[in-house]
Each structure stands twice: as structure tokens, then as C-alpha cells.
Design a protein around this ligand. Structure first.
Ligand code: ADP
Ligand code: MG
Length: 251
């Protein structure tokens, strides 16, 4: 479903991504682990082109959609229309929710369905109602974000991303901004989404979640992938010294 080859990205002197090679199969749940500054966000943001890689290739192949993007000095990447098409296949959920503050929960979910998918108000409203119920917010359809808890806001953001029926969902530390008592309800929704068969790439510091839900774990450090392993292998028998040190520090 997702093929990344030789991906590189620098910010000035900082090499945020270096020689990233990675393939994810349909239906796989992959957790992206690593210390702060290791390049997790840059990798996720590169996949839906919120960042433009300096060089390398990204391929996304799903349900009749095919993207083979090459980056480099002579490759401009993609234009606006292609970008919109790519993003409609790749859903993203951010640490800070990024809801529209002046729209109700249901409007946050219907917006993309109306504007991008050109659904009727009735279709979009029905889909949004169903999805908000699925994330446990059936009673909060008309609530504005500032009347919702952080966990509820993040669940709206997840419903909004799911509404677009993406082929792959990217999550960038979806629980890091939450009070500890609200983390569980969001992880439960992530687990439900995983169980539905969605292909997911999740940057997280929740080791219990990674161990339980991930098929594979990618450990990054200093802009590089240090180790790719099954969740069991990674947590039981990490191979690299840096992985071992990381696990000792966080577990
Ligand atoms: P992580 O998500 O693992 O914490 P990031 O991908 O955010 O790591 O960052 C990787 C490196 O790239 C860090 O050194 C960070 O400071 C740098 N970086 C990320 N985004 C930018 C940016 N927009 N401008 C400059 N440096 C950046
Ligand atoms: Mg990050």
C-alpha cells in the first residue's frame, strides 16, 4: 500500500530524514517510535506532502488509486490537483486536533464531505452522525470544540479523517496533548479503527498501545530508521543498542 524509498529531508543543517526505506501492507498497523526530534512527524508529514522531501520516492497504491512520487532537484513533486487527490487517500490526525473552532462537531466532519466529496447535506449529515456515534460522540453532534474535552475533540478529528474513507491513516502523537485520564478513550478508538482493518501509521509514545495493537514497530533515531520489527520482537528482543536504551528509558 505504501512504499517509501531513499527519502531525505533536511531543515537547514538538520537532517530530519535520512535514507528512509519503508513498506506498509494493506491492513497493517505500524507504530512509529523514537525520541523527540527523531523525525517521526517529518516522516508522517512527508507522506501527505505537508513537507516536501528533498529526494527519494513515495508510492501509494490502493483501491484504484496509484501515486508514484519522485522528489529531487529536477522533480517538483505534484501540483495542486494531484495533491488534493493524494490527500483524499491519506487521512491525518494531529497532536493538536486542528478542528475548526467555529464549527460544531458534526460540521467539522461534514465539511470535507460537502466540499471535497460534493455530497448532499443529507448524505454528509448521515455519514457524520454515524461516524460520531462510532467514536462515542453521538450525543455531542452540535457541540462546539471549546465545549468538548481534549479526548472528545481528538475523537471528532478521527471521525473527520475517517469520513473521507482514506486508504491509510497517519496519526501524529494523537494522545500527547491530552490529560492522562483522557488518553484511554482515544486509544480505544484507535484500537477500534485498527480492528476495522484500516491501514495505520501511528507515531506514539504509548508503549502499551504499540505493543498491543501494532503489527510492526519502527524505531527512529536521528532521522534514521534504526530498527523495524514485529511488536513482539521489538519489545521482547530489541536488536539495536539505541532501541534498548530507548526502551529502558520509557518502560
Ligand atoms: P519528532 O516528530 O520525532 O519529534 P520531527 O520530525 O518533528 O521529530 O523533527 C525532526 C528534526 O527536524 C528535529 O531536529 C526538528 O527540530 C527538525 N525540524 C522539524 N520540523 C522543522 C521545521 N519546520 N523547521 C526546522 N527544523 C525542523
Ligand atoms: Mg513529532
Amino acid at each position: 500500500m505504501l512504499d517509501i524509498a531513499a527519502l531525505e529531508k533536511s531543515f537547514g543543517d538538520v537532517k530530519a530524514l535520512s535514507g528512509i526505506n519503508l513498506s506498509i501492507q494493506e491492513g497493517e498497523v505500524v507504530c512509529l517510535l523514537g525520541p523527540s526530534g527523531s523525525g517521526k512527524s517529518t516522516l508522517l508529514r512527508s507522506i501527505n506532502l505537508l513537507e516536501r522531501p528533498d529526494s527519494g520516492r513515495i508510492g501509494i497504491h490502493a483501491r484504484g488509486a496509484g501515486f508514484d512520487l519522485a522528489f529531487g532537484p529536477t522533480h517538483r513533486g505534484v501540483g495542486g490537483r494531484e495533491l488534493a487527490r493524494l490527500r483524499s487517500h491519506v487521512g491525518m490526525v494531529f497532536q493538536h486536533f486542528n478542528l475548526w473552532p467555529h464549527k460544531m462537531a458534526i460540521e467539522n466532519v461534514t465539511e470535507g464531505l460537502l466540499r471535497v466529496r460534493h455530497q448532499t447535506g443529507l448524505e454528509a449529515g448521515n455519514a457524520a452522525t454515524r461516524l460520531l456515534a462510532r467514536v462515542g460522540l453521538g450525543a455531542k453532534l452540535t457541540a462546539f470544540p471549546n465545549h468538548l474535552s481534549g479526548g472528545q475533540r481528538q475523537r471528532v478529528a478521527i471521525a473527520r479523517a475517517l469520513a473521507m474513507k482514506p486508504d491509510i491513516m497517519l496519526f501524529d502523537e494523537p494522545t500527547s496533548a491530552l490529560d492522562p485520564e483522557l488518553v484511554g478513550e482515544v486509544l480505544q478508538v484507535l484500537e477500534d479503527v485498527a480492528a476495522s482493518g484500516m491501514t495505520m501509521l501511528v507515531a506514539t509514545h504509548e508503549m502499551g498501545f504499540a505493543r498491543k495493537v501494532a503489527d510492526r514497530v519502527i524505531f527512529m533515531d536521528g532521522g534514521q530508521i534504526v530498527e523495524i520489527a514485529t511488536a513482539e520482537e521489538f519489545f521482547e528482543r530489541p536488536k539495536h543498542e539505541r532501541s534498548i536504551r530507548f526502551l529502558e528509558a520509557v518502560l
